[in-house]
Design a protein around this ligand. Sequence first.
Ligand code: ZN
Length: 260
Amino acid sequence: MMATHPALPVVQDWFRVTAIDSTLTLIDEPHVHELLDANTWLVRGRDRDLLVDCGLGVGDLPALLAQLTDREPTVVLTHAHLDHMGAAHAFAHCWAHPLEAVESPELGSLLGSVWAAQGGLQDFDLPSLLISAVPHAGYDPSSYELRPPHVTRHLRDGDRIDLGDRALTVRHLPGHSPGSIALFDEADGTLFSGDVVYDDVLLDELPGSDREKYVHTMKRLRELPVRIVRPGHGPSFDRQRLCRIIDAYVASAEAPAGGS
Ligand SMILES: [Zn+2]
């Protein structure tokens, strides 16, 4: 089938790589619509590396990682939305919460109208294409599809992921999606939060979202001794900002209906 959209520029560097420190690297996709430009976190440990989420799956993430590390990381999916799990099928090990539909992902699309219909996002002013460039000549955005990954471990609340010199504890925090998880490093207060919390409008009306559970999640999150949040979208932020976001969300969700 002929693509009907105008030709997009080919970019050599599909990914943007930001070194945070010697054990943490942020990878994101700047040529993707802001709603779908998600953060991928490469966490290096002594015995194991983790990839917290893995982007849309448009660019060649394994090839990029081969330049950054000499062993394949284990992919931990915070949840099963396309901008977080698109590349997961390309890795040998993918871990996720059993309540999340990782193995039978929703369709996913790079076409604005199709994705809006799938996600119930008609209120958003989306462009016809959700990418503004392509990773190589001949890439057809209309051929995009989500492929199920190789899930080799189910993660549940309280599970510990041992990297050798640090450990991350799984927190099941539903609301954005049924099996949304965050990873918490109790030793240094770092929270990899996925889409549970980030510094922007939180989406709680997607298929699978649950506002009541989200409010409970937020109250639980406030009790965790978080020092810094490494979110699924946008910049990292500190505890003070986290508490403001939580309080604003809970206040608006518990406000009497009729406001907006
Ligand atoms: Zn999401």
